[in-house]
Design a binder for this molecule. Structure first.
Ligand code: PMP
Length: 453
């Protein structure tokens, strides 16, 4: 390729090299400790994606607080990655840290409720509008359990996903369209099953394809993010969510809305802000302020049908777990997050700063005449190194510019800002300051100027 995202491939490679050198020079202690990997770990990292960041070696974190991260060399970064949403409300939000301290001496897991659990059920009902809830530990698991219920109550085997989606490591969602044909998602390890047998996959924003995929009435559930956030950022066309709800209902198919990333929209997620009416609802990542926890909710109708189903089925293992789910540390931190962190006031601040970021990045793109664009869903902002807006997963796939994104990522780190790896995603937390946003805009402008020169 001679040009990547409108930039010559040579210039991209040069930026990556020079910025890589700058990164290393600023981190002599880190280089000594992790430059050749962490001892004792397969691949030199405790989790494989730590190696997939575009920096020459992982940033070795000394501490993180609010919207900042400090590495062991004393480099301070404004953190806009925020653990890819796990810390969307900032690192160690004070109410969550207090809840952890309060619970620390009272037991951490015992398969029994605490008084915090009494508060959480009504909070979830009121916040997200669904009447019945369960707690799990990851969004992956919450999605798996919700899909299990969807299949149980509909008696249908198939699910439907959107091309380019990601709902966690949920096996049955791991399908893609390649040249319009459904296939297993490339890269899966140890997957022998043809996942397209039980998962249909269509493009987002395609009402005709949706109608066709549902017409045989064999789909238990459509699992959807309100905005595709895991392949660039694809917003829903006007009226698309209405069509999705209308067509699923007409086909007897349940609608699962996965709000794990779009909770950036507001305290009740995209669902509340835009009046979606899902049968099943999933939220993980930041729901307990960074402590692993997730929730999944059911409508009255689904809950009634699931209770009926349970009465008729053979007793035995339901396929839902896990042992550490719904533990008292999760209750304490989730309650603190819902009551004191996910407030209207915090969201208003986040939204305002995200808008400032959107405007600032868009202006820099325009100033340097780059063929790029910015997309945003509330506090979640992404610049995409291709023209936009994008309408579906196929367009998002071709908009990706991995080499260019990697070079920009390292260049931004060297200018004091950390954005998400693998795509250009930035989150605003309640702890993020206007000064931090302005530093990111300035850093982005400087890198854009270098690339466009
Ligand atoms: N749903 C969505 C929309 C996600 O983006 C992700 C993770 N990126 C998940 C679910 C899974 O979350 P986890 O890895 O915490 O299980």
């Amino acid at each position: 390729k001679t040009s990547i995202g409108g930039i010559s491939a040579d210039r991209v490679a040069e930026l990556r090299d020079t910025e890589g050198e700058v990164f290393r020079k600023a981190r002599p202690k880190s280089a000594a400790k992790v430059g050749n990997g962490l001892p004792g770990f397969f691949g030199g990292v405790p989790m494989h994606w730590m190696k997939d960041w575009p920096t020459p070696f992982p940033i070795l974190v000394e501490s993180a607080k609010g919207a900042g991260i400090t590495d062991i060399d004393g480099n301070k970064l404004d953190d806009f990655c925020l653990g890819d949403t796990g810390s969307m409300f900032g690192h160690s939000p004070p109410p969550v840290a207090r809840a952890i301290r309060r619970q620390a001496g009272r037991g951490l897991t015992y398969m029994l409720p605490s008084e915090d659990a009494l508060a959480i059920g009504p909070l979830l009902q009121e916040r997200f509008g669904l009447p019945f809830w369960q707690i799990a530990t990851t969004a992956t698991d919450a999605n798996r359990f919700a899909l299990r219920v969807a299949r149980a109550v509909t008696g249908r085997e198939k699910i439907l996903v959107f091309n380019g989606c990601y709902h966690g490591s949920v096996d049955e969602t791991m399908v893609r369209l390649v040249d319009g044909k459904p296939v297993n998602r490339p890269g899966l390890a140890g997957e022998f099953r043809d996942l397209t047998r039980t998962a249909k996959v269509i493009e987002f924003n395609d009402v005709t394809a949706l109608e066709a995929a549902l017409k045989d009435r064999d789909v238990a559930c459509v699992i959807a993010e309100p905005v595709l956030t895991n392949s660039c950022m694809v917003l829903a066309d006007a009226g698309y969510h209405d069509a999705l709800r209308r067509l699923t209902r007409a086909a007897g198919t349940l609608l699962l809305i996965d709000e794990t990333h779009t909770i950036s929209t507001g305290p009740g997620g995209y669902t509340r802000k835009y009046g979606l009416d899902p049968d099943l609802f999933v939220l993980g990542k930041p729901i307990a302020g960074g402590v692993p926890a997730s929730v999944w909710g059911m409508s009255d109708d689904v809950a009634t049908r699931y209770a009926d189903y349970n009465r008729t089925k053979e007793p035995g293992y339901s396929g839902m777990g896990t042992t550490l789910s719904a533990n008292p540390l999760q209750f304490a931190t989730m309650r603190a997050t819902l009551e004191e962190v996910m407030t209207e006031e915090n969201y208003a601040r986040m939204d305002k700063l995200a808008q400032r970021l959107d405007v600032g990045l868009s202006a820099a793109i325009e100033r340097h005449r780059l063929p790029w664009h910015v997309a945003r869903v509330g506090a979640r902002v992404e610049f995409i190194c291709a023209p936009g807006p994008l309408r579906n997963g196929a367009e998002a796939e071709s908009a990706h510019a991995p080499e260019l994104e990697a070079a920009i990522h390292v260049a931004l780190v060297n200018r004091g800002v950390l954005i998400a790896p693998f795509h250009n995603m930035m989150l605003i937390s309640p702890a993020t300051s206007a000064a931090q946003v302005d530093r990111l805009i300035a850093a982005f402008g400087a890198v854009a100027a270098k690339l466009a020169a």
